[in-house]
Design a protein around this ligand. Structure first.
Ligand SMILES: [Fe+2]
Ligand SMILES: [Fe+2]
Length: 129
């Protein structure tokens, strides 16, 4: 059984965005699983690749939708997205191998602070839209 299950409490009311958030939950579960593997290097490399793709696709999509509704906190929200990208880069910047524990901690923190905090504030703008 995965560590985390998607729940509708995480939904912000836009199917495409929710689907992308589900892939992030899936990445958290994969990282957690990999913490018990004897050799998780390939999985970590795959996860880092997926995190880069996620940042590119998902942040672009979310920011586009926010612009469409004149979301008042767009700039602050974009700054958090940029922080994810910066932190992702710094994870790999020192040339050291990234551990599944590091990826797990990073993504779990993102889920709690950004998706359940910052993204959740988008919900009233899109629910029932
Ligand atoms: Fe966001
Ligand atoms: Fe998001």
């Amino acid at each position: 059984m995965p560590l985390l299950e998607w729940t509708d409490r995480l939904s912000i009311g836009i199917k495409g965005i929710d689907e992308q958030h589900k892939t992030l939950v899936n990445m958290i579960n994969k990282a957690y699983e990999a913490t018990s593997w004897p050799d998780s290097r390939k999985e970590c490399a795959r996860l880092l690749e997926r995190m880069r793709d996620y940042a590119m696709e998902h942040f672009t999509a979310e920011e586009y939708l926010m612009k469409g509704v004149d979301y008042p906190d767009l700039e602050a929200h974009k700054a958090e997205h940029q922080l994810f990208i910066d932190q992702l880069l710094s994870l790999t910047a020192d040339g050291e191998e990234v551990t599944p524990e590091e990826i797990f901690a990073f993504l779990r923190e993102w889920l709690v602070t950004h998706i359940m905090g910052t993204d959740a504030k988008l919900s009233p703008y899109f629910k029932d839209s």
